[in-house]
Design a protein around this ligand. Structure first.
Ligand SMILES: N[C@@H](CCC(=O)N[C@@H](CS)C(=O)NCC(=O)O)C(=O)O
Length: 248
């Protein structure tokens, strides 16, 4: 069997309580790699602008650099024949695509809003995400990233809505994930697929970090199946840890 160069995966942090990483996209990618049994080395960066596209995750493999969780999955398919959706019908693949775009292009932004724009959750960035930066630098970095995040939310469009409107829209997304899951173990049946990695990334980040206040958490708690599913995925994530795991 051909031996492949080791993949180096760049995320934010493995130290945030309750989540494998505070980024839904990093968790998605790491989950997918673990489910596919692909060994990787994990690195934590404090500044996403160090990435080739200014966002995390990205990977390097030999001379290659690939950024964006979805494009990395495409790369894995092309280079290594890895397809977590091999068992899905064309119709299920289309549903999976639509579900993932809903999670990543809308629900994710509501999570960003809840973390950055709710005064009750300010401690998350100030004390936890930026906790290692000494004052007064920490304060200035926090203010600058907050300004940038609010501008990004406005550019996306979601930031132009009131909090009540944002949550109304996002809760519909959470309800849709719960309805898709139903009583099945995974979104598309008995076998796990890429949509599960994507859903887990966002759901564990909504509910995992202790002491966050958010109507998104309340909405998740309305669905016992989603809570059990997030726990099940976290267990899978933990059990499938790669043999080669090193943090830099
Ligand atoms: N489409 C990208 C999205 C990645 C993304 O949005 N990452 C966020 C963290 S969750 C990030 O690095 N944000 C930093 C920034 O926008 O400055 C993917 O799928 O990887």
């Amino acid at each position: 069997m051909a031996r492949h160069p080791m993949i180096d995966l760049y995320g934010f942090s493995t130290e945030v309580p309750g989540v494998p990483d505070p980024s839904a996209f990093v968790v998605k990618l790491e989950t997918a790699l673990r489910l596919a049994g692909v060994p990787y080395r994990r690195h934590s960066l404090d500044d996403p602008s160090k990435g080739p596209k200014g966002k995390l995750p990205y990977i390097t493999c030999g001379e290659e650099i690939v950024a964006d969780s979805t494009l990395i999955m495409d790369w894995l398919k092309e280079r290594r024949g890895i397809d977590l959706d091999w068992h899905l019908t064309p119709e299920q693949r289309a549903q999976s695509h639509a579900l993932q775009r809903m999670i990543e292009e809308r629900l994710y932004w509501a999570l960003t809003y809840t973390r950055w724009c709710e005064p009750a959750n300010e401690w998350l960035e100030k004390d936890l995400f930026f906790g290692g930066i000494p004052q007064p630098l920490r304060f200035f970095i926090y203010r600058s990233v907050l300004k940038q995040t609010k501008a990004t939310l406005a550019a996306h469009g979601i930031g132009r809505h009131s909090g009540e409107e944002i949550y109304r829209l996002a809760i519909r997304d959470i309800d849709a994930i719960a309805a898709t899951l139903g009583e099945k173990p995974f979104l598309f049946g008995e076998r796990v697929s890429l949509a599960d990695a994507t859903a887990f990334g966002i759901l564990v980040n909504i509910i995992g970090i202790p002491d966050i206040k958010s109507p998104l958490i309340d909405a998740m708690r309305e669905h016992e199946n989603l809570i059990a599913y997030t726990d099940r995925m976290l267990k899978l994530f933990t059990e499938q840890a790669p043999e080669m795991k090193a943090a830099a």
